[in-house]
Write a protein that binds this ligand. Structure first.
Ligand code: G6P
Length: 442
C-alpha cells in the first residue's frame, strides 16, 4: 500500500482552487497526493461546496485516486497533514474593497498589498495565520506550511518571528509571471530563462536575466521601455519604464514597483478606474460571480480559461512546483519567501526575503546574492522595516505601533494624513481587528 499523502488547503472555497487542483493533477506522477482537504469558514460554505464539487469532477476526469474532502473543521483537515497551503482572505473581498477605497479618499494609493491597504490586510491576516500555526504545532508538527495569503512577505515574516513553525515558505506568482512574460517577449521557452531574484515580496528585483546561462539583461531592459511589455500580472497595467532610469537602476523592477517609481500616475489611474469600473476588488467581485456561475455547471470538469483574468495566474504552477520539489528533494532553483540567512547582505539575517533558492527536502536554501545595488537597497530596507513594524502591530494590537507602520510606509505622504487614514480604516475594519478593540485599546 502506498503511503498516504495529505494536503490541507485553508481558504479552499477560493475561486483559485481549480488552479491548485489542476497543478496537483498535472504533477501527480511526482507528487501522488492521496487526500486533498479543502477547508473554509461558515461564510464561505456555499463557495466551498461549488468549487469543491468542481475539484472532484476535475480529479474524476483525470482518472486519479485523490480523495477530495470538503470541511469547515480546520482541525480535522490539519490532522496529520503533510503540506498545508493557505489562500484565505480575512473579511473577504468586501474588506479588500475598503482597503482600496479608503486611502483614495485621502489621495493615497488604495491597493491590496501596498501602502495602507497592505498594512490593514496584514493586521487582519497575521493573527489568523498564527492561530493556524498553533494548530499545526499540535496536529501536524512535521508539515510544511506553504503560504499564498497576502501580504505574503509580511505573513512569512510574522510566522518566522512569532510562531514556532520553521517549515514555512511564502509564495507569490509575480516572479514566475515575470519569467513567463520575459520568455514570451524574447520568444524562448520558459525553461531556458533564469532570473536572479532578490528583494521582498511585491518588492522583488531581477538582478540579472539569463537565457541558457548567458545574460540578456540589457536586451530585456530595452524591451521594458514599451508599456505593452510591462504588464506581467493582470491586476496591474503596464506603463513602461524610462530607458535611462532602467539602465541606471541596473535591476529589473517587478510590476509592483510602479507604485513606488510612478506614484502619482498610479494614484491617478487607480482613482480613475475606481470611478469608472470600481476598484480592483469590485471588478474581481464581478469576475468571481461569473466564475462561480461557471463552476456550478455539472458538465464542467476542467479549470475554465476565464480564471486567467485574475492576477494570480500560474499560481498552481508555482505552488505545486514548490511542493513537488520539496517532496522529491529536487534541488532546482525557485524564487520564494524564506528566511534571509545571509543571502542578501543588507537585510537582517532572520528576516523574510523573496529570493532565488535551491529547493530541497529541508526547504529552500537561498542563493547568495550579496549586497543589493545601492539605488534599490534603501527602498527594500524601508519596506522591510514597515513589514516588521506592521507584524508587531498585528500581534500586539498596539495603536502607536500601527500608526508607526502606517507613517513609515513610503506611500503615506505624512504623519497627519497617516493618522487620519489609520483611524478611518480601524473603524471600517473593526469587526476583523479584535486585537485593537480590547478594553484598553482605542
Ligand atoms: C498578483 C499578486 C497576487 C495577488 C493577485 C491579485 O498576481 O502577485 O499576490 O493576489 O495579483 O489578483 P486579483 O485578480 O485578485 O486582483
Amino acid at each position: 500500500m502506498t503511503k498516504k499523502l495529505k494536503v490541507a488547503t485553508i481558504g479552499g472555497g477560493s475561486s483559485y482552487t481549480p488552479e491548485l487542483v489542476e497543478g496537483f493533477i498535472k504533477r501527480y506522477d511526482e507528487f501522488p497526493v492521496s487526500e486533498l482537504w479543502l477547508v473554509d469558514i461558515e461564510a464561505g460554505k456555499e463557495k466551498l461546496e461549488i468549487v469543491g464539487n468542481l475539484a472532484k469532477r476535475m480529479v474524476k476526469k483525470a482518472g486519479l485516486r485523490i480523495d477530495v474532502h470538503l470541511t469547515l473543521d480546520r482541525r480535522e483537515a490539519l490532522k496529520d497533514a503533510d503540506f498545508v497551503t493557505t489562500q484565505f482572505r480575512v473579511g473577504l473581498l468586501e474588506a479588500r474593497a475598503k482597503d482600496e477605497r479608503i486611502p483614495l479618499k485621502y489621495g493615497v494609493l488604495g491597493q491590496e498589498t501596498n501602502g495602507p491597504g497592505g498594512l490593514f490586510k496584514g493586521l487582519r491576516t497575521i493573527p489568523v495565520i498564527l492561530d493556524i500555526c498553533r494548530d499545526m504545532e499540535e496536529l501536524c508538527p512535521n508539515a510544511w506550511l506553504i503560504n499564498f495569503t497576502n501580504p505574503a512577505g509580511m505573513v512569512t515574516e510574522a510566522v518566522l518571528r512569532y510562531s514556532s513553525i520553521k517549515k514555512v515558505v511564502g509564495l507569490c506568482n509575480v516572479p514566475i509571471g515575470m519569467e513567463m512574460g520575459i520568455a514570451k517577449l524574447l520568444g524562448v521557452e520558459h525553461s531556458r530563462i533564469r532570473i536572479d531574484f532578490a528583494g521582498l515580496n511585491h518588492m522583488v528585483y531581477g538582478l540579472d536575466v539569463f537565457v541558457d546561462g548567458e545574460s540578456v539583461k540589457e536586451k530585456v531592459f530595452s524591451l521594458l521601455t514599451d508599456a505593452n511589455n510591462t504588464s506581467f500580472v493582470k491586476n496591474i497595467p503596464g506603463y513602461g519604464w524610462e530607458p535611462q532610469f532602467l539602465k541606471a537602476l541596473n535591476a529589473l523592477p517587478c510590476p509592483y514597483h510602479m507604485y513606488y517609481y510612478k506614484t502619482k500616475t498610479m494614484v491617478d489611474k487607480t482613482l480613475e478606474s475606481a470611478e469608472k469600473e470600481g476598484t480592483r476588488a469590485e471588478v474581481v467581485q464581478r469576475l468571481e460571480k461569473d466564475l462561480f456561475e461557471l463552476y456550478k455547471d455539472e458538465n464542467l470538469n476542467i479549470k475554465p480559461p476565464q480564471l486567467e483574468k485574475r492576477g494570480g495566474a500560474y499560481y498552481s504552477d508555482a505552488a505545486v512546483r514548490l511542493i513537488t520539489s520539496i517532496y522529491n528533494d529536487k534541488g532546482d532553483i525557485q524564487p520564494v519567501n524564506t528566511m534571509n540567512a545571509g543571502a542578501i547582505a543588507s537585510i537582517p539575517y532572520d528576516s523574510a526575503v523573496e529570493v532565488s533558492c535551491i529547493i530541497t527536502k529541508d526547504g529552500p536554501r537561498p542563493l547568495t546574492m550579496g549586497d543589493l545595488p545601492v539605488a534599490v537597497r534603501g527602498l527594500v530596507q524601508q519596506i522591510k522595516s514597515f513589514e516588521r513594524v506592521a507584524a508587531e502591530a498585528a500581534v500586539t494590537g498596539d495603536y502607536a505601533t500601527a500608526l508607526l507602520a502606517m507613517c513609515i510606509n513610503p506611500l503615506t505622504p505624512s504623519d497627519t494624513v497617516g493618522k487620519e487614514i489609520l483611524d478611518d480604516m480601524l473603524e471600517a475594519h473593526k469587526e476583523h481587528l479584535p486585537q485593537f478593540f480590547k478594553e484598553s485599546g482605542v
